[in-house]
Design a protein around this ligand. Structure first.
Ligand code: FES
Length: 163
């Protein structure tokens, strides 16, 4: 167990004890842990399994079934590329291939400097300005590969300024 994950266990226990008696408690517990920590530390799984009287394999199965759940910590920034129809018709496939190549990760992956996590999303409500991405909480439209690279450079320079 990493020291970082160990520090999170009191919060995980608090979430479990607050929700475990509700019907269908597993999904609310997983959502709440991820909301509060940004991911579901693997060390949470035995605690959840024990509290809900289910097997660890069952809990793992649910976490891996739902793509929105993460088992590793996200990077400082998240870039979500829209893969829905309107964006696809305006070049989102090329954009996602470019994003993966530029960042060197697949969807759900985080760059080796722990700076940027790449995620997929299905419609950001910005179809008129396809293709769209969301960077942290900001939606950006008409994203060409060149614009994507500029956005990544901006994120990287922001991170450098923080240090
Ligand atoms: S389809 Fe991409 S924003 Fe709607």
């Amino acid at each position: 167990m990493t020291a970082v994950n160990e520090q999170m266990l009191p919060l995980v226990r608090e979430v479990i004890s607050g929700l475990q008696h509700k019907p269908g408690a597993l999904l609310p517990i997983l959502h709440e842990i991820q909301n509060r920590l940004g991911y579901i530390p693997p060390e949470s799984v035995p605690l959840i399994a024990e509290a809900l009287n289910q097997s660890r394999a069952d809990i793992h199965g649910v976490i891996s079934f739902y793509h929105q759940f993460r088992s590793t910590a996200p990077g400082k920034h998240t870039i979500e590329v829209c893969r829905a129809e309107a964006c696809q018709s305006m070049g989102a496939r090329q954009l996602e291939a470019h994003a993966k190549a530029t960042l060197g990760v697949d969807y759900h992956g985080t760059t080796s400097d722990q700076n940027i996590t790449l995620e997929e999303v299905y419609c950001l409500g910005n179809c008129a300005c396809s293709p769209s991405v969301r960077i942290n909480d900001e939606i950006v439209g008409r994203v060409t590969p060149e614009k994507f690279d500029q956005l990544v450079d901006e994120l990287r320079s922001q991170t450098l300024e923080v240090h």
